[in-house]
Design a protein around this ligand. Structure first.
Ligand code: MCA
Ligand code: AMP
Length: 511
C-alpha cells in the first residue's frame, strides 16, 4: 500500500508540529491540517464527487486534502469562472457538494449544491487532539483524485480525470529530478485550480513532508520577502518571471543590505537589490506552463547569477520533462523526459521520428497520464494514437542529449496567456452570443508580459454603434473567466473568408 500524502497520516510529535502551509499570517502544521482534513473527510465521505471553491487560501488546501483522504474526486473551481463556463462544469461533473470558506459568496449556480464550510482558523487548535487516523488508509492508485477542466480549440473545457497514481508518479519524478525533500520550502502565487499551482505547488510539498508558502497574490516584493526568509524554491509561470526580470532591470531603489554585492539577501532591503539577493539565495527557480523567453532567462541570470530551469507539462499528462537540479541548464529547452515518462516525436501520418533535431508532434506515455476526459470517450480516443500514446499537440525536437525543445503547437486556435490555456472557439461562441456582434474571430498575438494576448476581430451587428471593447471584455469575463477576455478588439466590415466560407485567421493579423 502506498499513500499519496504519507506525512498527513496521523502525524505526531515533531512531525505534527512542522509547518505544512502558510498563507499570510495563517499557518497550518501537519497536525492541524491532518486533523482539519480528516474531520472534513468524514463529512464528505459519501459525497460521490465534490467541487472545491479554489480560492488561494488554506481552506482550499484543507478541502483538497480532505477529498483525497476520503477518496472522493474533487473538481477545483476557479472562483472567477463566469456563468456559462460554471454551468457547463457543474452539468458535466455533477458534484453533490461544494467545499468553500466561511466568507465565500457563491454564485447562484452553486447554491443548489450542499455547501460544506471549511474554516482554517477553526481548524484543530490542539493538534495532538485532532491529528488524523479516522479514515481507512487503503488507497486505490487507479481511482480518480481530481478532475481538472482544460480548454480545447473548440467547444467548452473538458474535464481531465487524474488518478492518484498520476499525481504520485509525477511528484516522485520531480523529487528525483530536483532533489526535492521535506526540507524544501516552496514559494508560489499560482492559482489553486490548475495542475501547476495545486498539484505541483501544494500536493508536491505535502507529499514530501515539506512546506509551501502561498503569497495569495503574485508580487515581486512578496517573492523577495519569502525567499529571503526561508523559502528554498520558487514555482511560477513565465509572466511572473518576466515581471521579476522587469524589476531586476529597473532602478535600484533598495541598494541597502539586501544587495547581493553586500552579500545580503536580507528582507530589510527593498526593490531590485533585495529581489536579486533573494533569488540568488534560492535553491531552485522553476518556470512552467508556457515558454520562458530566452531574453528573460538571460536578464535574471545576469542580475542574480542564477538560472531559472524549465519543466514541461500539461493538465492531461502532469509533468513530462524537466531540467534536473544537477543537470545543465539550457535556456530555450525544457530538459529531458522525467523518470518513468516515455516521449517520442511523430509526423502527422504517424511516422515516428528518430533523428536528433527532427521536428514532430510530442507524444508521451507513462504513469503520469490522465485516464481520459470525463464523459468524452470521443475526445479521449482522438487524443491518443492507435498504439496508446497521448498526443500533446505540442511540436518539438529532441537533441543528442535527450533535451526537448518546444517549437510550437499544432493548433493555432489555442492561446497561452499568462500560462492559462484558452480556446479561441469558446470565446468566439460567447462573443457571437452578444447582441451587438454579428461575426467574431479570436486569435492570439505575441505579448511581452503575457506571452500571448487574446485578440478579438468583430463585425458589429450595427456598424454605426458597435459594442465597446470594454463591454465585450466584460461580457467574456462574466460568461467564461476574466483571463479569457479579449485584451484588444478590432472592428471590421467583414471577416476574410475563403471560398468555403471558412474564416482565414492568418490574414487577420496582416491587416
Ligand atoms: C480585469 N479583471 C476583470 C476584468 N478585467 N474582472 C472581471 N471583468 C473584467 N473585464 C480583473 C482580474 O480578474 C484580476 O483581478 C485583475 O483584473 C487583473 O487581471 P489580469 O490582467 O487578467 O491578471 P494579470 O495581472 O494579467 O495576471 C497575470 C498572472 C496570471 C498573475 C500571471 O495570468 C496567473 O495567475 N497565471 C497563472 C496561470 C496558471 O496557473 N496556469 C497553469 C495552467 P484581481 O486584480 O483581483 O486579481 S498550465 C498547467 O497547469 C500545466 C500542467 C503546466 O505545465 O503548468
Ligand atoms: P495546460 O493544458 O493548460 O495544462 O497547458 C499545457 C501546455 O502548456 C502544454 O501543452 C504546452 O503547450 C505548454 N507548456 C507547459 N510548460 C511549458 C514550457 N516549459 N515551455 C513551453 N510550453 C509549455
Amino acid at each position: 500500500m502506498t499513500l499519496l500524502l504519507p506525512a498527513l497520516q496521523s502525524p505526531t510529535g515533531q512531525a505534527a508540529s512542522r509547518e505544512a502551509v502558510r498563507f499570510g499570517d495563517l499557518s497550518l502544521s501537519y497536525g492541524r491540517l491532518a486533523g482539519a482534513a480528516d474531520a472534513l473527510a468524514a463529512r464528505i465521505a459519501d459525497a460521490g464527487r465534490v467541487a472545491v471553491w479554489a480560492t488561494p487560501t488554506p481552506e482550499t488546501v484543507i478541502a483538497m486534502v480532505a477529498a483525497l483522504r476520503a477518496g472522493v474526486p474533487a473538481v477545483p473551481l476557479n472562483p472567477r469562472t463566469g456563468e456559462r463556463e460554471l454551468a457547463h462544469i457543474l452539468a458535466d461533473s455533477k458534484p453533490t457538494a461544494v467545499l468553500a470558506g466561511p466568507d465565500d459568496v457563491l454564485p447562484p449556480a452553486l447554491k443548489k449544491l450542499r455547501r460544506v464550510t471549511v474554516d482554517a482558523r477553526a481548524a484543530g487548535a490542539h493538534p495532538e487532539d485532532t491529528a488524523g487516523g479516522t479514515l481507512p488508509a487503503e488507497e486505490d492508485p487507479g481511482s480518480p483524485a481530481l478532475i481538472v477542466y482544460t480548454s480545447g480549440t473548440t467547444g467548452p473545457p473538458k474535464g481531465a480525470v487524474l488518478p492518484r497514481r498520476a499525481v504520485a508518479a509525477s511528484l516522485d519524478a520531480l523529487e528525483d529530478a530536483w532533489g526535492w525533500t521535506g526540507d524544501d520550502v516552496l514559494v508560489h502565487a499560482l492559482p489553486l485550480f490548475h495542475v501547476h499551482g495545486l498539484i505541483l505547488g501544494v500536493l508536491g510539498p505535502l507529499r514530501r513532508g515539506g512546506s509551501v508558502r502561498h503569497l495569495g497574490r503574485f508580487s515581486p516584493d512578496g517573492v523577495a520577502r519569502e525567499l529571503a526568509s526561508g523559502g528554498t524554491m520558487l514555482f511560477g509561470v513565465p509572466t511572473m518571471y518576466h515581471r521579476l526580470a522587469e524589476v531586476l532591470d529597473g532602478p535600484a531603489d533598495g541598494s541597502g543590505p539586501g544587495s547581493p554585492a553586500a552579500g545580503g539577501g536580507s528582507p530589510a532591503g527593498t526593490g531590485r537589490d533585495a529581489l536579486a539577493g533573494a533569488l540568488a539565495g534560492a535553491r531552485l527557480l522553476v518556470s512552467g506552463s508556457a515558454a520562458l523567453p530566452v531574453h528573460d532567462h538571460e536578464r535574471i541570470a545576469a542580475a542574480t547569477g542564477r538560472r531559472v530551469i524549465e519543466r514541461y507539462g500539461m493538465t492531461e499528462t502532469l509533468m513530462n520533462t524537466g531540467i534536473r537540479a544537477d543537470g545543465v541548464p539550457r535556456p530555450g529547452t525544457v530538459g529531458p523526459p522525467l523518470a518513468g515518462v516515455e516521449l517520442r516525436l511523430a509526423e502527422e501520418d504517424g511516422t515516428v521520428l528518430g533523428e536528433p533535431g527532427a521536428i514532430g508532434e510530442i507524444q508521451v506515455r507513462g504513469p503520469n497520464l490522465f485516464t481520459g476526459y470525463l464523459n468524452r470517450p470521443d475526445a479521449t480516443a482522438a487524443a491518443h494514437t492507435a498504439d496508446g500514446w497521448f498526443r500533446t499537440g505540442d511540436v518539438g525536437s529532441v537533441d543528442e542529449d535527450g533535451y526537448v525543445t518546444i517549437v510550437g503547437r499544432k493548433a493555432t486556435d489555442l492561446i497561452k496567456s499568462g500560462g492559462y490555456k484558452i480556446g479561441a472557439g469558446e470565446i468566439e461562441n460567447v462573443l457571437l452570443a452578444h447582441p451587438g456582434v454579428r461575426e467574431a474571430a479570436v486569435t492570439g498575438e505575441e505579448d511581452p508580459d503575457l506571452g500571448e494576448r487574446v485578440v478579438a476581430w468583430v463585425v458589429a451587428a450595427d456598424p454605426g454603434s458597435p459594442p465597446s471593447a470594454e463591454e465585450l471584455a466584460d461580457h467574456v469575463a462574466a460568461q467564461l473567466a476574466p483571463h479569457k477576455r479579449p485584451r484588444t478588439v478590432h472592428y471590421l466590415d467583414a471577416l476574410p473568408r475563403n471560398d468555403l466560407g471558412k474564416i482565414m485567421k492568418r490574414s487577420l493579423h496582416a491587416r
